[in-house]
Design a protein around this ligand. Structure first.
Ligand SMILES: Nc1ncnc2c1ncn2[C@@H]1O[C@H](COP(=O)(O)OP(=O)(O)O)[C@@H](O)[C@H]1O
Ligand SMILES: CC(=O)OP(=O)(O)O
Ligand SMILES: [Mg+2]
Length: 425
């Protein structure tokens, strides 16, 4: 009987689900991916579905009416179960494990089976990841009712960053208050950074424990990570995923006083607060109504890239957003290069924008040319299908890589590696 793992990645604008067959116990192969379904564009309706089974692209269609992560999950599960070409999903009792990407894990340094206590803890942290934790929990709840045999395991984006030293994760505020309220830099996109670390270490044939990279996960939410000897040493997101780089609907870092000048009602509760989450209007504006959406009206950075600098960009709206993003990214690459003492194995692009944004990669690397990074135009434009691709120019002092990150696979590997810890007693 095959043991099936459903690996669920609820992002702020997408839900990505991969179906894996676990290798036989005692072998250390990767889980085998049987299918992947991605619903994207939740913040730019209509959403769309991309479905691949094995190496075959089976479906690619627009979906009206799917607006939330929970709706996307329910749609995908139904779709997978009904797919005649995927008999492994025909018997839902064979789904032993569901791994869930949970963005904010507070003090959890590793994955956890989601029991009542873990669920409550993740819920408590919802205010600190307003676009992520509550939607992820709606999926956990749906799994509990639709797949009651499955063991739910939470993988936290923040766990990878538990190695950040105190002088980097601490905020310069009253330490008593900071300790009591657990106010510190947590950092996110850690499942992706763990995948990137392993993939680049394999590609460069260098042990992860000796690997120094500057990694950029650029998606609907975007962040940078300084990875020293295979561990997170610094990252751009903070107490919440709002800090650092701007994103589809997020402002990224701003002067904290800006909000007092933006609106006087900024401190009042937001109308969209729910039983799972209580945020102020300020948090609502900075998390949901800023970033690319506020600057350009679209949350799709692909559109911004295509229009910037063309006749369609008469008032320079798209160019401003594009150039602003390049500028903010450079604000991290330089300092991380310094923090790594110039001993950098690679600058790595990942995430939807990092993997598809040809122009963005070219402009960012152009911005750090003085440090010794240079991109080969041809390689940058045609990546090919490998997990890690070298786009550096011949003779460049430092490497520039693109990594097709795979958070679902990273979680499924974790399930297989630690299966014993998760088996129901
Ligand atoms: N050709 C492209 N160039 C630049 N960005 C793109 C392109 N195609 C898609 N994107 C962007 O990728 C982002 C989604 O990235 P992804 O990592 O999948 O998101 P999520 O954060 O939801 O996981 C969207 O902002 C989308 O606009
Ligand atoms: C942490 C975060 O911002 O995630 P995403 O990019 O998937 O929204
Ligand atoms: Mg993502």
């Amino acid at each position: 009987m095959p043991e099936i793992i459903l690996s669920i990645n609820a992002g702020s604008s997408s839900v990505k689900i991969s179906v894996y067959k676990a290798p036989s116990a005692g072998t250390n192969h990767d889980p085998t991916q049987l299918a992947e379904a991605v619903i994207s564009g939740l913040t730019a309706p209509p959403a769309s579905l991309k479905y691949t089974r094995g190496d075959e692209k089976v479906d690619d269609k627009s979906l009206d009416g799917i607006k939330s992560q929970e709706e996307a999950f329910r749609y995908i599960l139904d779709f997978l179960v009904k797919d005649k070409g995927l008999p492994e999903m025909g018997k839902i009792e064979d789904i032993h494990f569901t791994s869930h990407r949970v963005v904010h894990g507070g003090g959890y340094e590793r994955s956890q089976v989601i029991d009542k206590e873990t669920y409550d803890r993740i819920e408590e942290l919802s205010d600190l990841a307003p676009l992520h934790n509550a939607p992820a929990l709606t999926i956990v709840k749906a799994v509990s009712s639709l797949l009651p045999h499955a063991t739910n395991i939470a993988y936290f984006d923040s766990s990878f960053h538990s190695t950040i030293p105190a002088h980097i994760h601490a905020y310069p505020i009253d330490p008593v208050v900071a300790k009591k309220n657990k106010l510190r830099k947590y950092g996110f996109h850690g499942i992706s950074y763990a995948f990137i670390t392993h993939a680049v270490s394999k590609y460069l044939q260098k042990p992860a424990s000796e690997l120094n990279i500057i990694a950029l996960h650029l998606g609907s939410g975007a962040s940078a990570c300084c990875i020293k000897n295979g561990h997170s040493f610094d990252t751009s997101m903070g107490l919440t995923p709002l800090a650092g780089l701007p994103g589809a609907t997020r402002s990224g870092s701003i002067d904290p006083s800006l909000m007092f000048h933006f609106t006087h009602s900024a401190g009042k509760p937001s109308r969209s607060s729910s039983e799972h989450m209580h945020i102020t209007q300020a948090e609502e504006i900075l998390n949901k109504n800023s970033g690319w959406k506020a600057l350009t009206g679209t949350t799709d950075f692909g559109v911004i890239s295509n229009k910037a600098g063309t006749d369609e960009d008469k008032d320079g709206t798209y160019s401003l957003a594009f150039d602003l993003f390049v500028d903010r990214i450079l604000n991290y690459v330089g300092p991380y290069f310094v923090k790594l003492d110039g001993k950098v194995d690679a600058l790595v692009f990942a995430g939807g924008i990092g993997e598809k944004g040809v122009k963005l990669r070219a402009m960012v690397v152009e911005g750090v040319r003085c440090l010794g990074f240079e991109v080969d135009e041809g390689r940058n434009e045609k990546l090919g299908g490998d997990v890690v691709v070298d786009i550096s120019k011949e003779g460049a002092r430092f490497k520039t890589l693109v990594c097709r990150t795979d958070e679902q696979l990273e979680m499924a590997r974790g399930v297989v590696e630690e299966r014993g810890r998760f088996e129901r007693k």
